[in-house]
Design a protein around this ligand. Structure first.
Ligand code: PLP
Ligand code: LYS
Length: 423
């Protein structure tokens, strides 16, 4: 965590003291380090040297415009999964010709808008979707560049809920059926097959499943290209794993070597769609301590951040390391269960965290929170989403303010015909 470090016992994000940011933006607050994101991007790009490859940042991991802009300025394109994400990426400055668009449920209007904008390619997940895109494109007098997402039947990912490439998962078409589907695609007006796509899962810390899936995809690619399908791109998806606690994150150099080994002689431009790997460790979530609740049977630390702020622990049993924002010299750590304020038993970040004694008003930082944190926030229990702050050296900016409670219900409407309650 070199971009988040202690100086004189106080946690800093790059050069800015974290307590200063918390005072300015309120808590809970997500803090992102631009330098950390750039360092990640550059180390991955460097590991791909010599390969014909492009990086399309999976904006689902963190879709704040300032985050997308930081990576786009480094040369990243965008991997998207809805018109909303395409619009965000475009708004943040990503050129349409650098945007790929996946997802099992693309709506007609989304397809139309993406065609109008002129994105690089649609990553198509079913024959039904292929036909739908063909119809819409033909009616618009356009041709949709399409990569077919194949399901390689290889499981990977830290959790059953984030494995996407097994037979029976909803994503893509069985790899054995790719030829048939692309054969039909070639006969459809409005479709230009340009590639294959796969994405086997997320938070993968081993190279083997990637290598096995990519080798399988390369076999299909070669066979189809050999039989006359004009393929030019193989999109490998994302999935590169990071450190949350004690995991060994995926090494980009080893990943690059594996790509050379498995795909070095493939006649294809490669596309990588990392999300988590670029931004997770570049972000922390800073929360205020509401109460230390030291019941005899269990010690709890109740934070002002909850599952509505960071859903990963409740949803996947994920465990993010937690640091005190101010270190205490000489104070012995206590084991505490760290929980949020939401009325759900699953609103718990984890049991038995070793932390120094903390009081109301103290701050803690949940680490590796830059990916799938802010994007998955909700106003559940009518608790407002956290603010987001971007740091760049000595500078910082609130890149999304915490929403005042009144704005949460500003769009609700009470129909005139509903009776009034008694006064
Ligand atoms: C198609 C696709 N590409 C890329 C990603 C990004 O994954 P990750 O954040 O694990 O790199 C995902 C999400 O899992 C995805 O579904
Ligand atoms: N949201 C998930 C991962 C899903 C990745 C997107 N397909 C997480 O927090 O780990």
């Amino acid at each position: 965590m070199t971009f988040f470090h202690y100086r004189a016992g106080l946690l800093h994000a790059e050069d800015v003291p974290v307590d200063e940011i918390a005072a300015a933006a309120g808590t809970p607050v997500y803090i992102y380090s631009a330098a950390a994101m750039r360092a990640r991007y550059r180390s991955l790009a460097a590991a791909l040297t010599g390969l014909r490859a492009r990086i399309c940042y999976a904006v689902k991991a963190n879709h704040n415009l300032a985050v997308i802009r930081t990576l786009a300025a480094e040369g990243a394109g965008a991997d998207t999964v809805s018109w909303g994400e395409i619009a965000r990426a475009h708004q943040a400055g990503v050129a349409p010709g650098r945007i790929v668009y996946a997802g099992v449920g693309k709506g007609d209007d989304e397809i139309r808008r993406a065609l109008q904008l002129g994105i690089l390619q649609f990553n198509v997940e079913s024959v039904e979707e292929m036909r739908r895109i063909a119809g819409i494109a033909a009616a618009m007098g356009r041709v949709a560049p399409v990569a077919l997402r194949i399901n390689p039947d290889i499981g990977a990912g830290a959790h059953d809920k984030i494995s996407t490439g097994r037979k029976g998962d909803k994503f893509g078409v069985a790899y054995q059926e790719a030829g048939q589907v692309l054969g039909e695609a070639m006969r459809l007006p409005g479709i230009q097959p340009v590639g294959l796509h796969l994405h086997i899962g997320s938070q993968i810390t081993e190279l083997e499943p990637f290598a096995a899936a990519f080798a399988r995809a390369a076999g299909v690619y070669r066979e189809l290209k050999g039989s006359g399908v004009p393929l030019e791109r193989l999109d490998l998806g994302g999935g590169l794993g990071v450190r949350y606690n004690d995991e060994t994150p995926l090494d980009p150099v080893a990943y690059g070597l594996m790509l050379r080994d498995v795909l070095g002689d493939l006649d294809a431009e490669l596309v990588l769609e990392p999300g988590r790997w670029l931004v997770a460790e570049a972000g922390i979530l800073v929360a205020g301590v509401l109460y230390p609740k030291m019941a005899e049977e269990r010690h709890f630390l109740v934070l002002d951040a909850g599952m509505n702020t960071l859903l990963r622990p409740a949803m996947y049993g994920a465990r993010h390391a937690i640091l005190p924002v101010r270190r205490q010299d000489g104070a012995a750590d206590q084991l505490v269960d760290v929980v949020g304020p939401i009325c759900e038993s699953s609103d718990i970040f984890g049991r038995a965290y070793a932390l120094p004694p903390l009081e109301s008003g103290d701050l803690v930082a949940l680490t590796s929170a830059g990916a799938y944190g802010a994007v998955m926030m909700s106003d559940y229990n009518s608790r407002s989403s956290a603010a987001e702050v971007l740091i760049d050296g000595p500078d910082y900016a609130i890149v999304k303010a915490m929403r005042p409670v009144e704005e949460q219900f500003a769009d609700d409407r009470i129909p005139d015909w509903l009776p009034h309650p008694p006064s």
